[in-house]
Design a protein around this ligand. Structure first.
Ligand code: IVH
Length: 662
């Protein structure tokens, strides 16, 4: 196809696919099959590959992600992103209403909306094209997450008319998508997200835009900034306009003339909200008229014309059938209440963590007790209290275990700590958790080695600890239940691949107490090899920035133990790498951050980057107040303007060369 024809066809395809995205993700009324959609998308991508210069700023191919960002630029919000005052009962809503009536000299009409529990975002459109999106941040400055927001299918890339507007909304993940994501993470041994809000926030702060694209997020828009400048007279009208422009606006919005009706309406949602596919933590009540909004004004934190009503957590009664114990990787013994199953906030609850023995004592929770259960943040079940006045006398007071429930060792509770521990490092429960941790994403990242496979390996006595993983042969695995020949081979090769992992991952994987991923990286970068680290004294360890007494003592103590020494020897014998390049220190550019823009004469960007990094400097993708230097070549982009705005030092190529030489 010639260029002219391609340009025409691409424009058509872009419009058509965007319309189908809107029909599917906003209107919930798809008109074509997935296969037909995929066909259109394939055609678009092929043409775009042929003519990359013809990719439109609203091309749906931009939704797929794939760019890896180096960081997020900061964005200052033209109008601050405020929060809302909270009301927890009807009484405070009536007071809010009275105060407004006094302030305004009339009774306002209210719009009531659901309060979606996600991440507040600010979106900008210029001439109808999505141009920038940011997080709330501290309300005044947020982070530029444009690339990640673009991957959200319910976000229009082009509006139905060429408006230049700023809108606000909530990016969120449905409960369903959240549960699927966590199930997949659990299988891969990755840490779970506590709730859909954290999952949404974590997804949008990913530097790899392909990850955000895979996360099934949505955006509901709830406010038009400076609505008056766009001819609006009330909020309701603004919401309708936003819907026409192509945004997803919640259909659950209502208008009321008096607060009593508002309260009735809100109460009707207390149960109904649990049937929604996404989490809501309350409702928002807003004065409809923009004139009256302006008259009511703002405090430094929130508008005086709006209030958030928080749903009380749903509570149910259940019975504690038993208190069971779980032994973690570091020997921590956690009690869990086994409950008679109850339906609560959308799921069946049959267990609740009791955290530690002090918690049980303080709440006086006994086996056989009737208890009140609620879901914190509507997700994690917790016991609020025991219903003491219905006790029959048959309830049993729970005693902290004097012996480990798995290996029988005498348990210990260190003064000042809330947890009781099994002190036996060879305790099968601890060993199991250590292997799971060793294989997890942040540590050695062994694909296919989740909890179920680890259990099977122990049962078949194929491993005693992590060093044995490297001895596994394909033939050993095939007899195991549910492991086929192919996955056996994959697992063996995945394990072998991790022999090359850098020291930081190995060190984190060893599961030394208090040594998280970050401390492991700092130590690995400082000492460069496990051998050097083994010889390091407490003084040498605390001399590393950010390594304190607790971490240092733990490292010295645990690395010196005969068990650890033996484990390390066997890992080394198996050929596991125990080194990593030391961090370049003392480089002339140590701690300095650079941004490159435009074309350089004497080196490519990659070469310039390598030279800067060689001397300890860091190169990032976007300019912020923290940038030390912007290096501007031929045809610099907007980064140069930004640098000037922020007063960041700008270097030309010659100046960069002199800096590198000095
Ligand atoms: S209006 C000037 N409406 O709740 C304040 N906020 O504390 C404008 N939220 O983080 C906020 N749903 O992101 C408004 N329908 C809704 C909302 C909503 C969720 C979030 C918002 C903010 C928090 C307010």
């Amino acid at each position: 196809m010639d260029r002219e024809k391609a340009a025409k066809r691409l424009a058509q395809l872009t419009e058509e696919i965007n319309r189908h995205d809107w029909l599917y993700h906003v209107k919930d009324q798809p008109e074509i099959s997935d296969a037909q959609y995929d066909q259109l998308m394939r055609e678009l991508r092929e043409l775009e590959e042929q003519y990359p210069e013809l990719v439109a700023p609203d091309s749906p191919s931009l939704r797929v992600g794939g760019r890896v960002l180096e960081g997020f630029a900061t964005v200052s919000h033209p109008t601050p992103m405020l929060s809302l005052d909270n009301a927890f009962d009807a009484e405070s809503l009536l007071q809010f209403d009275k105060r407004l009536e006094r302030l305004l000299g009339q009774r306002p009409t209210y719009v009531v909306e659901l309060k979606i529990d996600g991440l507040a975002v600010a979106l900008e459109y210029s001439d109808g094209i999505f141009s920038r999106g940011a997080t709330r941040g501290d309300g005044t400055t947020g982070e530029d997450i444009t690339e990640n927001l673009r991957t959200i299918r319910s976000l229009p890339l082009r509006l139905s008319s060429s408006e230049t507007i700023r809108v606000r909304g909530e990016a969120f993940m449905s409960r369903d998508a959240f549960e699927k994501l966590n199930a997949a993470r659990e299988q891969q041994g990755q840490p779970l997200f506590a709730n859909p809000r954290n999952a949404a926030a974590g997804s949008l702060r990913q530097l790899d835009t392909a990850v955000a694209a895979s996360r099934q997020l949505d955006i509901l828009v709830y406010a038009l900034e400076d609505a008056g400048d766009h001819g609006m007279t009330c909020h309701w009208q603004a919401l309708e306009w936003l819907e026409q422009l192509g945004f997803l606006v919640s259909p659950h919005r209502h208008r009321f003339d008096d607060m009593e009706k508002v309260i009735e309406h809100i109460e009707s949602w207390q149960q109904k909200r649990l049937e929604l596919p996404y989490a809501t933590d309350g409702m928002v009540i807003k004065v409809d008229s923009l004139d009256l909004q302006q008259k009511a004004g703002y405090t430094s934190k929130s508008p005086r014309w709006a209030v958030a009503w928080k749903f009380p957590a749903e509570q149910k009664q259940s019975k504690v059938i038993d208190i069971t114990l779980n032994v973690g990787r570091t020997g921590a013994i956690t009690p869990t209440a086994e409950l008679e199953p109850v339906q609560l906030a959308g799921t069946v609850v049959s267990r609740a963590s009791l955290h530690n023995e002090d918690y049980i004592k303080e709440k006086d929770i006994r086996i056989g007790d009737l208890v009140i259960v609620q879901k914190a943040g509507d997700i994690i079940p917790e016991i609020v209290a025991a219903v003491k006045d219905v006790r029959t006398g048959d309830e049993r007071i729970w005693q902290p275990p004097s012996q480990c429930p798995v290996c029988g060792s005498q348990t210990v509770r260190v003064e000042g700590e809330a947890v009781r521990r099994c002190p036996n490092p060879r305790c099968p429960a601890q060993v199991r958790e250590r292997v799971i941790h060793f294989a997890s994403r942040g540590a050695m990242d062994i694909e296919g080695l989740g909890p179920a496979v680890v259990d099977a390996l122990f049962r078949a006595e194929l491993i005693r600890d992590v060093a044995d993983l490297y001895k596994l042969q394909v033939e050993d695995l095939i007899p195991l239940e549910r492991i086929g020949e192919k996955s056996a081979a994959n697992l063996v090769s995945a394990i072998a691949d991790t022999k090359k992992q850098p020291l930081a991952r190995l060190l984190f994987g060893l599961g030394i107490r208090f040594v998280g991923a970050k401390a492991a990286r700092l130590l690995a970068e400082e000492f460069g090899s496990l051998n050097t680290l083994l010889q390091a004294s407490h003084e040498q360890l605390v001399a590393v920035p950010e390594i304190g007494d607790t971490i240092a003592s733990s490292v010295v103590r645990e690395l010196a133990s005969p068990e650890m020494q033996d484990l390390i020897n066997r890992l080394e014998e198996a050929g596991v790498n125990t080194t990593q390049p030391k961090k370049q220190t003392g480089g002339a550019l140590e701690g300095k951050t650079f941004v490159l823009t435009g074309t350089l004469d004497t080196f490519t960007r990659d070469e310039a980057k390598a030279l800067i990094e060689e001397q300890g400097g860091k190169v990032t993708g976007s300019v912020s107040a923290k940038t030390d230097y912007v290096v501007a070549g031929e045809n610099p982009g907007s980064k140069l303007d930004k640098a000037r705005d922020l007063g960041v030092t700008v270097l030309d190529e010659q100046e960069l060369v002199s800096l590198l030489r000095s």
